[in-house]
Design a protein around this ligand. Structure first.
Ligand code: HEM
Length: 495
């Protein structure tokens, strides 16, 4: 290299900087006694070790070499990865306080500003989570109120399916309408007709956001936010979409403010406004406009796509395995019959159906890397020191598909949740909702929706695929945050 040549001098300077960054990074790793991990390149980190289309698979592969606790570098920042049942139990459950904070990825930080339930930690998170949990429970999550709303929505879904007149259709959109309407009735106190223009645009915005959230663009954004801010691409669209969603929610919050009566709550927004009023003299109250907006947004974002995608997967699995569909129908006929709506209390008498729903959730592995966690303080764990503020990734997939946990983890088999005598058998390794303090806030609601929607649909229809059953492919199309299925059309044949 000729250092008199300006080009070579620049290249030399650039390489020297890369070397210093690399050196400092490795020094920091030694100093912090971070868990081991694959060698990281300066600036790019372990980008070449992680397949951005299915990062959880790359992480599980790396754990075979580096053990259940290891470090990877996403661009310039490190993350501790947790794999396997024993490790996730020992961290999220047994040391819930240490591992229970939320790491705000650059994209979420920018969109939420750290407000709301999902993206906050500490006192703010505790206040909002406690409030949201008890408010959902008071509206009947696990009790009557919400159950009736789901039963009613399930009948709307049946009507919409029947309107297809047994022609082939992709149920995805209608399933999203149904799941979203449950959140609408909790948050706003009302549901929308499936053809309502405002509702349609809300669903389109959420679907597009979800597509972008699950694309490699977002992974790239989170790895290199400063660079990506200057580059064009779909990641830019997410800011417009979220701004429109906020506008829609703000309009509804405003109309609640105008019509709400103190001491009488119609829905989640009213309950939040009551709490804001109670704490209006408290200077550091977390019950303010920003947290109201972001918490309602969180319920929409976390509660629509998750449940509807699980139902979409379920119908695909049942269309592929007609014998499983028939066995569920047989149980429905025995326990519920055809004259009344399914109810939550039927579940205890329907072990096979319960086992199928559990197996669907295990097999589809919907949120394979959970949401990002963060070390709440300096943590000593298995001889390593994980510094406060470090990103922690619990790979739920490694538990849901763990070879030590399940007889045949890669196959769909309801027997994973059945005793030999046909009784339902639960498992500690069933963690599609994650585990510990940060476990999904909507778990009971989601479980109730999955049971009631599925049994009501199967009470009324047989689902037949349009293509040959053996061609239904269960490999996901993308798995950024969610494992998304390929889309197929079905015929819903009336019983
Ligand atoms: C099949 C359906 C669902 C699945 C598989 C699911 C799964 C998850 C997972 C894995 C997390 C991350 C937990 C962690 O950080 O470790 C989560 C968080 C969350 N979920 Fe769900 N979820 C579902 C449905 C719902 C529904 C219907 C709601 C609406 C009420 C909801 C609201 C939330 C909220 C607010 C959080 C954040 C909790 C926190 O940060 O404290 N989820 N969910």
């Amino acid at each position: 290299m000729d250092l008199n040549d300006p080009g070579s001098t620049l290249l030399f300077a650039f390489l020297s900087i890369l070397f210093v960054v690399w050196f400092l990074k490795n020094k920091q790793r030694q100093k912090g006694r971070l868990p081991p991990g694959p060698p990281a390149l300066p600036i790019l980190g372990n980008l070449f070790h992680v397949n951005l289309k299915a990062p959880h698979k790359s992480l599980i592969k790396l754990s075979e070499q580096y053990g259940p606790v290891f470090t990877v570098w996403f661009g310039t920042y490190p993350a501790v990865v947790l794999c396997g049942f024993e490790t996730i139990k020992a961290t999220l459950i047994e040391r819930g306080h240490d591992f229970g904070s939320r790491y705000s990825l650059p994209i979420f930080e920018k969109l939420s500003g750290g407000y709301g339930i999902i993206d906050s930690s500490g006192e703010r998170w505790m206040q909002l989570r406690r409030f949201s949990f008890s408010t959902l429970r008071n509206f009947g999550m696990g009790q009557k109120g919400i159950e009736e709303r789901i039963q009613e929505e399930a009948l709307f879904l049946v009507t919409a399916f029947r309107d297809k007149k047994e022609d082939p259709f992709n149920p995805d959109f209608l399933l999203k309408c149904a799941a979203s309407n449950i959140i609408c009735s909790i948050v706003f106190g009302n549901r929308f007709e499936y053809g309502d223009k405002e509702f349609l645009s809300l669903l389109e915005m959420m679907a597009e956001s979800s597509q972008i959230f699950n694309s490699p663009w977002l992974q790239l954004y989170n790895n290199f936010p400063k660079i990506m801010d200057f580059l064009p691409g779909p990641h830019k669209r997410i800011f417009q979409l979220v701004a429109s969603l906020k506008k829609f929610l703000n309009k509804n919050i405003q109309s609640h403010k105008e019509s709400f009566q103190k001491g009488f709550s119609r829905d989640y927004i009213d309950s939040f406004l009551i709490k804001m009023d109670e704490e209006k003299h408290k200077l550091d109250s977390e019950f303010n406009d920003k947290n109201l907006l972001m918490s309602t947004m969180d319920l929409f974002m976390a509660g629509t796509e998750t449940t509807s995608t699980t139902l979409q997967w379920t119908l695909q699995i049942l269309a592929k395995y007609p014998q499983i569909q028939e066995k569920i129908h047989h149980e429905i006929e025995e326990v519920i019959g055809s004259c009344r709506c399914p109810a939550s209390e039927d579940r205890a008498k329907m072990p096979y159906t319960d086992a199928v729903i559990h197996e669907v959730q295990r097999y589809i592995d919907l949120v394979p890397m959970s949401l990002p966690h963060m070390a709440s303080n300096d943590i000593e764990f298995r001889g390593y020191l994980i510094p406060k503020g470090m990103l922690v990734i619990p790979v739920l997939s490694s538990v849901l598909k763990g070879t030590n946990q399940w007889a045949n983890p890669e196959s769909f088999n309801p027997n994973h949740f059945l005793e030999e005598n046909g009784c339902f058998k639960n498992s500690e390794s069933f963690m599609p909702f994650s585990a510990g303090k940060r476990k999904c806030l909507g778990e009971s609601l989601a479980r109730m929706e999955l049971f009631l929607f599925l049994t009501t649909l199967l009470q009324n229809f047989v689902f037949n695929p349009v293509i040959d059953r053996k061609d239904i492919n269960f490999s996901s199309v993308s798995s950024g945050i969610l494992n998304l299925p390929r889309m197929y059309k079905f015929c819903a044949i009336s019983r």
